[in-house]
Design a protein around this ligand. Structure first.
Ligand SMILES: Nc1ncnc2c1ncn2[C@@H]1O[C@H](COP(=O)(O)OP(=O)(O)O)[C@@H](O)[C@H]1O
Ligand SMILES: [Mg+2]
Length: 254
């Protein structure tokens, strides 16, 4: 089930944030999306996940047009995302942040709790077990009962990823997951991303850390001023003069 972005344009007033971009994220791959600040990466994520309706072009998933669908419907089709800036529920525990990702609180009605308390308990146990398994994957299970925002930043990012995966997505959009992480944490993140991909989840990855991009991406699309300027394996893209030129003078490393 490919994610196809076709001639996508997103305009904000006079500013063309995304300009006629086409790319295909293939199932089971880690597809990198890189480019200098302001080149339109997050905007593409916002369009794909249903926050903006594109000015022109379309987004299709498994052959079906999904552009313009509301965000919750896109989630139901199998998309999950994390944000460039952390968005955790500040007063909740780590575990509850992940359970919320599963739509846990919407699942049992008051009537179910009255009529079938045992069934409800069984379901809650299953959800908790699954959430704990995800926390385990991110090596933060020991912190399950702590308030999410009391954890160091790197661990908070892990909570956010665990929450995104809790919806059992087919595709996960990660917006700069290595931002603010130290080198050791980034190394762990690389292993985790590979594990997620190997479990069958497709990853669409916006990332500035080129070592991470190099280490995990099967293919990379490069944006500059809203346009796609290159695409291919890291080795090809990183040697492309057009790409090097785009990064020069922007104080960003390729
Ligand atoms: N909601 C918005 N309204 C107006 N301009 C926006 C909006 N979102 C993004 N932009 C602009 O679109 C351009 C691309 O932004 P963005 O997609 O966030 O870039 P990136 O993630 O690559 O750094 C920037 O010039 C940004 O200021
Ligand atoms: Mg961004």
């Amino acid at each position: 089930m490919s994610l196809e972005i076709e001639h996508l344009t997103m305009q904000f007033g006079g500013l063309i944030a995304v300009n006629d971009v086409s790319l295909t994220v293939k199932p089971g791959e880690i597809h990198g999306l890189i480019g200098p600040n302001g080149s339109g990466k997050t905007t593409i994520f916002n369009v794909v996940s249903g926050y903006y309706k594109p000015t022109a072009g379309r987004v299709a998933f498994a052959g079906k047009n999904i552009s313009g669908l509301p965000a919750h419907q896109i989630t139901m089709l199998g998309f999950a995302r994390t944000f460039q800036n952390l968005r955790l529920f500040k007063t909740m525990t780590v575990l509850d942040n992940v359970l919320v990702g599963m739509g846990h609180h919407a699942k049992t009605t008051l009537w179910q709790q009255i009529l079938d308390p045992v069934g409800v308990q069984r379901e809650e146990k299953a959800l908790t077990d699954k959430a704990m398994a995800l926390l385990d994957l991110f090596e933060i299970a020991d912190h399950a009962r702590e308030r999410a925002t009391s954890l160091p930043y790197g661990n908070q990012r892990r909570v956010e990823m665990a929450r995104a995966l809790a919806t059992d997505p087919k595709v996960v959009l990660l917006d700069e997951p290595a931002a603010g992480l130290n080198e050791t944490e980034t190394d762990v993140l690389r292993e985790t991303l590979l594990k997620i991909r190997d479990s069958g989840v497709t990853i669409f990855l916006v990332e500035h850390d080129m070592k991470l991009v190099k280490g995990v991406c099967d293919v990379i699309s490069v944006l500059d001023y809203g346009k796609k300027i290159a695409e291919g394996a890291y080795a090809t893209v990183s040697r492309d003069p057009v790409v090097i030129e785009a990064y020069l003078g922007k104080e960003e490393e390729l």
